[in-house]
Design a binder for this molecule. Structure first.
Ligand code: TRP
Length: 349
C-alpha cells in the first residue's frame, strides 16, 4: 500500500475533503462531555463527517484501563456519550458511532502489536507518563500492564479501520506518534499492510475553566456541561473568576484576566465582545450585567443541544440501535483489516 501522507500532523484548515478516506476518533466513556469538548473536538467532528468516512469510537475497553474497578460507571456513560454526540449534531447517517468492546479484532490486534513495542518506550510516552502520575490513587506504586499498554490498544483502534486521519487534541499527539511507530515496525517486518495515520489538529485546542484554570475538567469542578440546565449555568457563570482588582462597578477593569470576557469571546458575537472589552476598561459595565448577557448567549448555544439531548434521553432504544448499527458496520471493516494482517503475519489458516 502506498502512503501518500508523510506529515505527522495537519491542521483541520488544511485538509482536503475526500470521502474515500477514513477518520477515526473516540472518547473514553467516563463522564459527561463539557464545552471544552464542544470547542476542542465535537465541532470539528461535525465538520469532518461531511468530508470523510467517519468512525467515532466509544472506547469502553480503554475506559476500563483506569476504571477496571468501576464497570458500572463505564456502562452508564456509554449511552450518555452517544447522546452527547447526537445532541451536538453528529449524524448517524454520516458517522459510524461504535462500541470498542464489540469489535474483537481490536483486542486481537492489540496482542499482535504488543510484540512491536518495548516497555521502556511505553514508559517514555509523555501522555502515559502524565496520566500515571495523576492516577497514583488507582495504581499505587506500580501501574498495570493494561494501562501502560493502552497506546498499543489505541494503535489497534486506529489501524483496524485503516484510518488516514485522527482528529485529536494536543495531549493525544504522543499516542498517534506511538501508533505510527508500531505501523512502521509492523510493515517493515511483515510487509506493507497498515497505514500510518496523521493527527488532525482542530482550531481551538483547549478551553480554560470558569475559575481560570488552563484546563476544564470534571475533577476540577470548573466545567460547563452540555447537559447543564439554565439554572446550573447561571450559578456557574455567576461564580466565574473576574478581575479581582475591580470592586466597584465604575472601577476600570482588565478584561484580559476575566473569565467572563474569555467566555464572551467563545459565545458572543464580535460586536458584543468589543463592547464588553471597551466598557469594562472604562468602568462602564458592571460584572453582574456582563455575566447575565453571557448566560443568555451560552444558553443560545446550549438550548438546541439540550433539546436534542432531551429527545434522545426519552428514547434509549433508539440510542442503542444507533450505536449497534454503527458497531456492526465498523466490525465489517475491522474484519477486512484482520484478514490482511493475518495473511501478512502468516496466521492465515
Ligand atoms: N485516548 C483517547 C482519550 O482519552 C480516546 C481514544 C480511544 C481515542 N481510542 C482512540 C482517540 C482512537 C483517538 C483515536 O480521549
Amino acid at each position: 500500500m502506498e502512503n501518500s501522507i508523510d506529515d505527522e500532523k495537519i491542521s483541520i484548515n488544511d485538509i482536503k475533503p475526500d470521502k474515500s478516506k477514513r477518520i477515526l476518533t473516540g472518547d473514553r466513556p467516563t463522564g459527561r462531555l463539557h464545552i471544552g469538548h464542544l470547542f476542542g473536538s465535537l465541532k470539528s467532528r461535525v465538520e469532518l463527517q461531511d468530508k470523510f468516512e467517519t468512525y467515532i469510537e466509544v472506547a469502553d475497553v480503554q475506559a476500563l484501563t483506569d476504571n477496571f474497578n468501576n464497570p458500572d460507571k463505564v456502562k452508564q456513560n456509554v449511552s450518555q456519550i452517544v447522546i452527547d454526540y447526537l445532541s451536538v449534531g453528529i449524524d448517524p447517517t454520516k458517522a459510524n458511532i461504535f462500541l470498542q468492546s464489540k469489535i474483537q479484532e481490536i483486542a486481537e490486534l492489540t496482542v499482535f502489536y504488543s510484540n512491536l513495542v518495548t516497555i521502556a518506550r511505553l514508559q517514555r510516552n509523555p501522555t502515559v507518563k502524565t496520566e500515571i502520575a495523576q492516577k497514583k490513587e488507582i495504581f499505587g506504586e506500580s501501574v498495570t500492564y493494561g494501562f501502560l499498554g493502552y497506546p498499543v490498544s489505541q494503535a489497534a483502534d486506529i489501524t483496524a479501520f485503516d484510518a488516514s486521519y485522527v482528529p485529536v487534541g494536543e495531549d493525544q499527539l504522543p499516542l498517534i506518534e506511538q501508533c505510527r511507530e508500531i505501523v512502521r515496525k509492523f510493515n517493515s517486518i511483515y510487509g506493507e499492510t497498515l497505514r500510518e495515520p496523521v493527527a488532525v489538529m482542530s482550531k481551538n485546542i483547549r478551553i480554560k475553566g470558569l475559575d481560570g484554570n488552563v484546563k476544564m475538567g470534571k475533577s476540577l469542578g470548573n466545567a460547563l456541561y452540555l447537559s447543564d440546565d439554565l439554572q446550573t449555568i447561571t450559578e456557574k457563570v455567576m461564580s466565574a473568576l473576574t478581575d479581582p482588582a475591580r470592586i466597584k462597578k465604575d472601577d476600570p477593569g482588565n478584561p484580559d484576566i476575566c473569565m467572563v470576557y474569555y467566555y464572551h469571546k467563545l459565545f458572543s458575537d464580535e460586536n458584543t465582545c468589543k463592547n464588553v472589552c471597551e466598557e469594562c476598561k472604562a468602568g462602564k459595565r458592571g460584572c453582574v450585567a456582563c455575566k447575565k448577557q453571557l448566560i443568555e448567549n451560552i444558553n443560545k448555544t446550549l438550548e438546541p443541544i439540550r433539546e436534542k439531548r432531551h429527545y434522545y434521553e426519552e428514547r434509549p432504544k433508539e440510542v442503542m440501535d444507533i450505536l449497534m448499527s454503527g458497531t456492526s458496520h465498523a466490525r465489517d471493516v475491522a474484519k477486512q483489516t484482520m484478514e490482511k494482517v493475518k495473511k501478512s503475519m502468516k496466521l492465515d489458516y
